[in-house]
Design a binder for this molecule. Sequence first.
Ligand code: PLP
Length: 415
Amino acid sequence: MDVFESTESEVRSYCRGWPATFSTATGSHLYDEEGQPYLDFFAGAGTLNYGHNNPHLKEDLLQYLSGDNIIHSLDMYTVAKREFLETFRDVILKPRGLDYRVQFPGPGGANAVEAALKLARKYTGRNTIVSFTNAFHGMSLGALAVTGNSMKRKSAGIPLQTLVMPFDNYLDGQTPDFLLFERLLADNGSGLDTPAAVIVETVQGEGGLNAASPEWLRGLAELCKQHEILLIVDDIQMGCGRTGPFFSFEQAGIKPDIVCLSKSLSGYGLPFAVTLLKPELDVWEPGEHNGTFRGPNPAFVTATAAMKHFWADEGMEKETIAKSEQVQEALDRVAAAHPEGVSGTKGRGLAQGIAFTEPAHASAVCAAAFERNLLLETSGPESEVVKLLPPLTATPDELAEGLDIIADSVKAVLV
Ligand SMILES: *Cc1c(COP(=O)(O)O)cnc(C)c1O
């Protein structure tokens, strides 16, 4: 028995589908310790949008490390934090007409969600948070309370407060959007206290790649405005360019009150999260929400490099949209070739997938892809969707290679 099996907890999971021991990685590939390459269509669950060890980010990071610059700083002022904030303001926020204060809530996505929920409750003096069917917001208790997956919810071991509404297209496609939600809000006898906030993903990365339409998102923003409910967009997985624009909600033209970012924010796989809040919401007392790892300076450095290199113009967004069309065409061909086994294609941008009629076929396809040296994960409540999250920097040739492997793998499973 190797040390992983003898010593690491049973809770480990990705390693079970991909039983290799990985050693190095560059761009769109990982290499195991025997030097076998694997094409990565998982990208750290959307953490490695710019690929592994991106050379532009690495250069700045190595220089930073070799100069004995500040690594840990709680929330003290540092040069690296100043550069991050200035770049974030000038490259990301200003050109998009967005005005947010930046809160550093701790290193992971769940930290950003917890801060968002706490702030919404503090600001409004209300309690209820509305979330959506099949949402995923993280595994800490507050974030888990607004997460749909029953297996994950059960792991809390205590009751989780919850108020769930149907996500876009959850019902029959006929029922008008927000019918139930509007009725409950309007009816003084409904038993629903006015919520503090609504938390939503524009595309549900873990929940099956369900993509909300821009109209639905605008309707939600309008409803929130009418009832003075704060709108939180969890852009942890779909932000940083995954769907094309830097923020996944840009297409809908909405301006959420609070935004959570993490995963690809550092751009290098270093833990880093922020909670963005409209200035008028910034009612925190100093230190009211804190944490030891709120000053990840190496992550500030790589995040700054990523913004300067990839987001100073519109090239990244345009390329991602072109690549997403390549992916969509290939997945549509797979779906058309297997009308019985495949129930449809899903997602948006470079977060797309294939849904299978028989859920077990999705994990079988991922296993077949692994045999062909491609990393692919499933998504959805029954793990029924094969999910593609290639690095945004994957070349059209790399995408074509992975898409061919997927077509072969589906064929092998569905014969
Ligand atoms: C990954 C993810 C989170 C949680 O982030 P962690 O870093 O795992 O805590 C929250 N929301 C969404 C949409 C995510 O994809």
